[in-house]
Design a protein around this ligand. Structure first.
Ligand code: IPD
Length: 257
């Protein structure tokens, strides 16, 4: 990835040409899948590009399953913005239990396993201690939705948080890095999925384990249990912050209980 900073050769997964795929996505996924299959021939592997080629996302089962995003933040990658990563999650019984995320630009490796804590380049990491919006740096995604209603909802969320006194909002274009950054305290919360723009299982599988093991509170945008197949996610440094953020978005009609 580091060697191909700006991609000239891009294909688009959608007619509007906003969701890109590059040869590097495909090559990364081929290499990771090959390595995993060699080590764990009986395990299931779900990869973003294989799913795109097949035209559907396989449902997660109870079987041991690897969930790969070969490049998360592909649009950043295409434009040469150094904000993308490789993400590999492992699920057991349908639940993510191991996460590995590598950001080649900053040479940062995030790893976590259920019950074992989360680490960044070998050092234990922890979420920050924000509880109020006024103490929070909130990450958000403007995704691939382009309907007027969807765009209004996404921007309405940003507006509600800003009027609600949030300390800062940032959009970085990589769902996986957003989760990893909440885990290491670079941000206090990350949310997605208020307008159907939300992520896919490979956007959440690894990052969710890393964030959870770093002490994050994960839930759905309705405040229920988090599910990597639901297309929405709120990851925050504390339950109190999740509750404050959801109250603010609900009051503005952006999401419901
Ligand atoms: C995308 C990025 C983006 C998020 C999208 C994801 P990709 O993943 O994480 O920030 O808004 O929902 O699909 O396409 O770069 O692997």
């Amino acid at each position: 990835m580091r060697q191909c900073r700006q991609q000239k050769s891009v294909a688009w997964k959608d007619a509007a040409a906003i969701d890109p795929v590059t040869a590097t996505d495909e090559e990364n996924e081929r290499r990771v899948t090959q390595g995993l299959k060699a080590q764990f021939p009986d395990h299931v592997v779900i990869g973003e590009e294989a799913a795109a080629a097949a035209g559907s996302i396989p449902k997660l089962t109870k079987a041991p399953t690897w969930v790969i995003d070969p490049i998360d933040g592909t649009t950043n990658f295409v434009y040469g913005l150094a904000l993308s990563c490789v993400s590999i999650g492992f699920c057991e019984g349908g639940v993510p239990v191991v996460g590995v995320v590598y950001d080649p630009y900053s040479d940062e490796l995030f790893v976590a396993a259920q019950g074992e804590g989360a680490y960044l380049n070998g050092r234990r990491i922890q979420v920050d201690n924000a509880e109020k919006l006024s103490e929070a740096m909130v990450l958000f995604e403007l995704g691939y939705v382009r309907s007027p209603e969807g765009v209004d909802r996404m921007l309405g969320g940003v507006r509600a948080l800003m009027l609600g006194g949030v300390r800062a909002n940032r959009f970085i274009g990589s769902a996986v890095l957003c989760l990893a950054w909440v885990a290491c305290g670079r941000a206090s919360a990350y949310y997605t999925g208020v307008a159907g723009e939300g992520g896919k299982p490979w956007d959440f599988a690894a990052g969710a384990v890393i964030a959870k093991e770093a002490g994050a509170h994960l839930c759905s945008m309705s405040g229920g249990p988090f599910d990597i197949e639901s297309g929405n996610c709120l990851c925050s440094s504390s339950e109190a912050l999740a509750s404050n953020l959801l109250s603010c978005l609900r009051a503005a009609g952006i999401c419901k209980e």
